[in-house]
Write a protein that binds this ligand. Structure first.
Ligand SMILES: Cc1ncc(C[n+]2csc(CCOP(=O)(O)OP(=O)(O)O)c2C)c(N)n1
Length: 636
């Protein structure tokens, strides 16, 4: 199958360093220009052009490149204030506070970040946000880098917020600008709903000019409120939110955000779609026997009922094609029912329709099932000459978490229960470590472990937690453990960064984790470097013998971050380890128990190392009972 529309988006990743150096110049250019940018980067240019003044975020895929692009602009040139907040809820609150001072503001985060922000987020539409506020949420259909593929469109109707959904990086840029204009005009919040491949695709985009930023404002005035949504006050504020949403609908119509792509030979058929699915539909219809008309919705809330009704009336059959849940479909069916329309409406018909991204292949299958006479050929991508072996996710060479898992496993019994949390250390659940048997969401390990420990004298319960997650949502669970005197061992995997999402800074750089733990009154806090494996094993054993809460801080800097920094130093020589084949007796502990990707077993049973993977850290050397792992020739 040819992919003309989705292929116009580029998914390649050129040399990151060079790109990031260039990107800040691009983002700060004064006059209009054209450039190939990633969706996430295009959003930053829109922030610059719209005069967004305060931006707050907590990292998470698919949006961390928004932060990377922002941070590529040196702080003294940055035309806005930016911070990584401690979590998504706080980011939303910081952005709101700044907007109540009169500054256009923005909070951005990933799909599940909205769950964390929700308590504050649902209040936003009730507020008169004088400066205007945009919330950028990166949904992740296909769960490419998330613990689920939740469809946040389910929430927006409840929260009574306007939601714009771009299909491409170009639209991501344009729609952010619309969101900003509307948010300022109505003194409200507008959501820009991105999805993974809109965030990460690259496209040549025509950008506008930028003005010098206006001074920061500090003009909060409670007379612009009410800002306290208590009892009956909340009802008037809700009435106001409904009015704003209605007026947002008028803006959406006037701005032409919902558009129709008409065909000469639609044969009375139409498709209503939005987001990236729209591009997949265009791709697939390149090869069809006829082309249904398309109504492409750029605004998923409020629904442009007038436009949708006119489209339904003009067609005998309409297919609603949307990724994930049947949000549009149910509302469109209700609309058709209310107006007594005879249009045949089809949407999701199988469980699989609710699962995964609507790639051109998936979209093709759905279209072909609903309208076989479209006669769309089956995917015609050439088969690969060799089956590519699956490559499971794994920790990087030299990762301190690997050393930790190797050491901790030695201290555990088979029946002990281990509870995972979210971060690079989640990979501890993979063989050969197999630690962390349950995972919910960020910061959930201490709470779950506490529940598991109740009435449980037979099994010891161990919870893992990363340091960024500790501050994000881990603290309440831990405080609950202390408060209610639960009996767990917490292993804090401290690597000094938010590793999994690209090494963002976190509160631990200002508030040391160990100090905070001590201040909570935990009596048993032990710590060591994870490369000191025998010591870590011993500390975990000691900790497991403690009744009540005990903590082991398993510390080692993230080696990916550390090695990248080291490689930039002049005269740096990469060292690596080798196997001394004269000593090696093929116990294969390095491959089967330590499992660093540097070690590979040949068909004849001998083991060799990959110098291109090995970072020369040597954390593996203590794992070999024969001491056959030695530093290579370049070792210092
Ligand atoms: C609510 C929420 N926000 C953001 C993320 C994205 N995310 C995945 S892991 C992680 C943090 C990992 O940092 P840390 O706890 O320090 O563990 P590390 O990866 O450094 O081992 C983040 C922010 C998420 N999964 N859920």
């Amino acid at each position: 199958m040819t992919r003309q529309w989705t292929a116009r988006l580029r998914f390649v990743n050129p040399d990151k360093e060079t790109r990031m150096k260039k990107i800040n110049d691009i983002l700060m250019t004064k006059d209009p220009f054209e450039e190939i940018l990633m969706g996430n980067e295009a959003v930053v240019r829109a922030m610059v052009e719209t005069g967004t003044r305060v931006i707050a975020s907590y990292p998470g895929s698919p949006t961390p490149e928004i932060a990377a692009a922002i941070l590529s602009i040196p702080q003294d040139r940055r035309p806005f204030y930016f911070e990584f907040s401690v979590n998504e809820k706080v980011a939303t609150e910081v952005a709101l506070g700044a907007a109540l001072n009169g500054n256009l503001s923005c909070a951005f985060f990933k799909s599940v970040g909205l769950n964390v922000a929700l308590d504050s987020f649902v209040q936003l539409s009730l507020m008169n946000i004088t400066g205007g506020m945009v919330v950028v949420v990166g949904d992740d259909p296909g769960a490419n880098s998330s613990q689920n593929e939740q469809d946040n469109r389910n929430v927006y109707q409840m929260a009574r917020v306007t939601v714009l959904e771009p299909a491409s990086p170009q639209e991501a840029y344009e729609y952010y600008k619309h969101a900003a204009v509307l948010a300022k005009k109505e003194q409200t919040v507008v959501v820009l709903r991105l999805t993974t491949h809109v965030c990460h695709a690259r496209q040549k985009i025509r950008f506008g000019a930028r003005e010098n930023p206006a001074p920061y404002r500090t003009g909060f005035n409670r007379a612009n409120g009410p800002y306290i949504a208590l009892t009956t006050m909340a009802l008037d504020m809700k009435r106001n939110a409904i009015q704003k949403l209605r007026r947002a609908g008028q803006y959406i119509q006037q701005a032409g955000l919902n558009r129709e792509i008409s065909s000469q030979n639609s044969t009375g058929k139409g498709i209503i779609t939005s987001g990236l699915t729209f591009l997949s539909v265009l791709d697939v219809l390149e090869m069809s026997a006829y082309r249904p008309d398309i109504l492409k919705l750029g605004a998923v809330n409020p629904l442009d009922e007038e436009r949708v009704l006119a489209f339904l009336e003009a067609h005998e059959e309409v297919l609603v094609l949307e990724e994930l849940d049947d949000i549009l479909e149910l509302r469109i069916k209700a609309l058709a029912y209310d107006h007594g329309l005879k249009t045949k409406l089809t949407g999701k018909t199988h469980d699989e329709d609710f699962v995964g991204e609507y790639t051109p292949d998936k979209t093709r299958d759905k279209l072909a099932a609903v309208w076989p006479d479209l006669a769309i050929p089956s995917p015609a991508l050439p088969a690969l000459p060799l089956a590519v072996p699956p490559r499971p996710a794994q920790m990087c060479p030299g990762c301190g978490h690997r050393s930790a898992f190797f050491a901790i496993k030695k201290a555990l019994e088979k029946e002990d229960v281990t509870v995972a949390d979210i971060g690079c250390h989640t990979l501890g659940y993979m063989p050969p470590y197999e630690m962390g048997e349950i995972l919910l969401c960020m910061g959930s390990s201490a709470g779950m472990a506490s529940g598991l420990s109740l009435f449980n004298d037979q099994k010891r319960v161990v919870a893992f937690l990363g340091d960024s997650t500790f501050f994000h949502a881990g603290l309440p669970g831990l405080i609950n453990t202390i408060f209610n005197r639960h009996n767990i061992t917490l292993i804090l995997m401290e690597n000094g960064t938010t590793a999994m999402t690209g090494h963002q800074d976190h509160a631990g750089s200002v508030i040391p984790v160990e100090n905070l733990l001590k201040s909570l009154g935990i009596e048993s806090i032990l710590s060591c470097d994870t490369y000191n494996q025998s010591k870590l094993t011993e500390l975990v054993r000691t900790s497991l013998a403690v009744k009540g809460i005990s903590v082991v801080i398993a510390r080692h800097p993230c080696m990916l971050k550390f090695t990248r920094q080291k490689r930039k130093q002049p005269g740096f020589v990469q060292t690596h380890v080798d196997i001394d084949q004269d000593i090696c007796t093929q116990t294969r502990d390095c491959v089967e128990r330590f499992s660093c990707p540097t070690f590979t077993r040949k068909p004849d049973g001998t083991v060799f190392t990959h110098p291109d993977l090995c970072i020369g850290d040597g954390s593996c050397r203590q794992t070999c009972p024969e001491k056959a792992i030695v530093f290579g020739k370049e070792a210092k």
